[in-house]
Every structure is written in C-alpha cells, then in structure tokens.
Design a binder for this molecule. Structure first.
Ligand SMILES: NC(=O)c1ccc[n+]([C@@H]2O[C@H](COP(=O)([O-])OP(=O)(O)OC[C@H]3O[C@@H](n4cnc5c(N)ncnc54)[C@H](OP(=O)(O)O)[C@@H]3O)[C@@H](O)[C@H]2O)c1
Length: 311
C-alpha cells in the first residue's frame, strides 16, 4: 500500500532481495497505474486501495501516510492480517509494539497484528545506541540531525531534482510543525519513539532536526551520557559486536557512502572527559528509506515468520 512512493518502492526492492516465502504480491496506491511496479521480473498493475482490494492478503505493508493508515489499518488488523505500517498513526499507542529487531525484538507478543515502523531518524538513532544501552546504560541523549530530502517523500525529491524549493543551497531547522514548546513534530517523534523503542521511558532525549540538501540517508551528531562509567575502547567493542552496525574506528562516513545499504554506520566515537567517563559523542549515518523504513519493515516480517506467526 503506497507502492509508488519512495518507501513503498523500497519495500518492494527489499522484499525481492530477501528469501521470504512469498506467494503473491499486490501493489496499491491512491490511483491506478498499469504495470507501474516491478517485482521479480514481472510488471504489476497498481490498484486503487479499497478495503475490498486489500482484504485478500496475509500481510499488508503500509507506506501511504496517516490518512491511508487511519482508513484501512484497523479493519485489516481486526480480521487477523499482519499490518506493518510506516506511518506515525499508531506508533505511540499503548499495547502496540514499536519494533526494531536489533533493539527490542522481545516486545512482540503472539496477539500482536499491528506493527508500526518507527520514525526513520529514531530507528537509526536507536540502532546506534542499543549497544551503548546494553553495555553501560543510557541516561541522556542530545542529537542534531542532518536529514535527507527523500525523507519528505517523492514530491519533495522531485522538487529538489528540479533545483526548486527552500532546501536548495540551504539547511532548514524545521521538520513538521512547531508545538507550543517550540519543539518540531519530528523532534517530538525522535524523543517519544526512542524512549519506546529503547525501553527507557524516562530517557532524557532532546533533538534538533534539520533538513539538508542530500538525496538519501540521514546523519546524526549524537552526544550521550551513560548510566555507568565506561571507555571508548569498551563502547567500540560493543559496536564491533553489533550485527547491524558498521563501526568506523577511524575516519568518517557520509550519507553518500551508505545510500542503498541496510546497516547503521557509527564513526567519530569519542570521550568528552578523561576516561573512564559517562560522557561521549558519536556520528551515525543510515539510509532512512532502507533501515529507517523498508528494511526495518521487512525485518519485522522475517521475525514473524521465524516465530511462526506468519507461515
Ligand atoms: N520517506 C521516508 O524516508 C520515510 C521514512 C520513514 C517513514 N516514512 C513514512 O512512510 C509513509 C510513506 O512515505 P513516502 O515518503 O514513501 O511518501 P510518498 O513518496 O509521497 O508516497 C506516498 C505513497 O502513498 C500513496 N498514498 C498516499 N495517500 C494515499 C491514500 N489516501 N490512499 C492510498 N494511497 C495513498 C501514494 O499513492 P499515489 O501516488 O497514487 O498518490 C504513494 O504511493 C509516510 O507515512 C511517511 O511518514 C517515510
């Protein structure tokens, strides 16, 4: 659902790459297009989404925005379909898990059918911080983000490619609208969803989220405080062990380096006080269309297959 958008298109690519037992795929959007989606060498027609057209699938990925999720998700989940939803609609609802397989796989319970995929910036942040949480605890996170244009969808990307819009030769410190407290919608999502995904409801998180003129992959400058004193060496060892992290002991990594990959890259890890200490900084980068959205969505399905929830 949303197969013609930047996330939907990436979900189709990731499904092609992985060895899931898929019998049939359907492609849906707000309007029909003939042969507009390619899957394993075949052209699929895109159909307009209706409750009727979506009902004959065991698993439905949503990448169509809040309206579409509100309209279709509750009925599908109620009749037992597994729904994996990239919109923000249900992420913070009590009793609904917000799964990043490397961070909180055990939050899945047998009765769950609805699986929102967290905010892309928060997924990249939490994937990078989970090894820190596990090695030394986490008390406080300050993050400044450098977010790619494709994070705002296909229309924004096309505008950028035409060299139009406020982001050309610019950086814009406003993603979503500002609340009464001056925090943007994106900054609020990063705080609330990171707490939920990391399982640390009292974690002190503050973000400043900034759109930058990069096509794909979000970067984040992270300053954090651990619960217990530790060292760069111990944290580096934790990153080296983490399966979905590429740790750069030296040098830098940029959005262009990681476009099209599934890992979160961590670089520039440094202690901010003499060691052992609780204060550190790092730089992390991830393809937000993949690990921040499509790959994470497909990994959730893989977990469900592994656990026998989907056959
Ligand atoms: N872009 C990212 O990096 C990113 C990362 C994480 C999560 N997300 C979330 O993923 C979702 C999709 O984002 P996107 O960036 O891929 O957007 P996009 O490029 O604008 O694509 C939106 C897709 O949804 C379809 N759609 C929109 N409204 C619909 C409706 N009411 N009924 C049926 N189909 C509808 C569109 O179909 P038509 O073309 O036919 O209108 C299109 O296929 C959003 O909820 C977004 O917040 C995005």
């Amino acid at each position: 659902m949303g197969a013609t958008g930047v996330v939907g298109e990436t979900i189709v690519r990731v499904l092609e790459e992985r060895a899931l037992p898929i019998e049939r795929v359907g492609a849906f959007a707000s309007r029909a297009r003939s042969g507009a989606v390619r899957f394993r060498g075949e052209s699929l027609d895109v159909e307009p989404a209706t409750t009727e057209s979506l009902r004959n699938f065991d698993v439905v990925f949503f990448a169509g925005g809040e309206d579409a999720s509100e309209a279709f998700v509750p009925a599908l989940a109620a009749r037992g379909a597994v729904v994996i939803d990239n919109s923000a609609t249900f992420r913070m609802r009590d009793g609904v898990p917000l799964i990043v397989p490397e961070v909180n796989p055990d939050d899945i319970h047998v009765e769950h059918r609805l699986f929102p995929v967290g905010n892309c910036t928060a997924i990249i942040l939490c994937t990078a911080l989970a090894p820190v949480r596990d090695a030394a605890g986490l008390r406080c996170v300050r993050v400044a983000t450098y977010q790619a244009i494709s994070g705002a969808g296909r229309a924004a990307l096309e505008e950028f490619d035409r060299a139009e819009g406020p982001i050309v030769r610019n950086v814009v410190p406003k993603i979503g609208s500002f609340g009464d407290d001056g925090e943007s919608g994106e900054e609020q999502k990063v705080r609330d969803e990171s707490r939920k995904m990391l399982g640390l409801p009292n974690l002190d998180v503050v973000a400043t989220c900034v759109r930058v003129p990069v096509r794909t992959a979000h970067a984040e400058a992270v300053f954090f405080e651990t619960e217990r004193e530790t060292s760069v060496k111990a944290l580096a060892a934790a990153f080296e062990r983490a399966p979905s992290i590429v740790f750069h002991n030296e040098g830098i990594v940029t959005p262009r380096d990681v476009e099209g990959t599934d890992e979160v890259h961590v670089a520039r890890l440094r202690a901010l006080r003499p060691e052992p200490t609780r204060e550190f900084a790092l730089w992390c980068v991830g393809d937000q269309l993949r690990k921040g959205a499509a790959t994470n969505a497909v990994q959730i399905l893989e977990l469900l297959v592994e656990r026998g929830v989907v056959s």
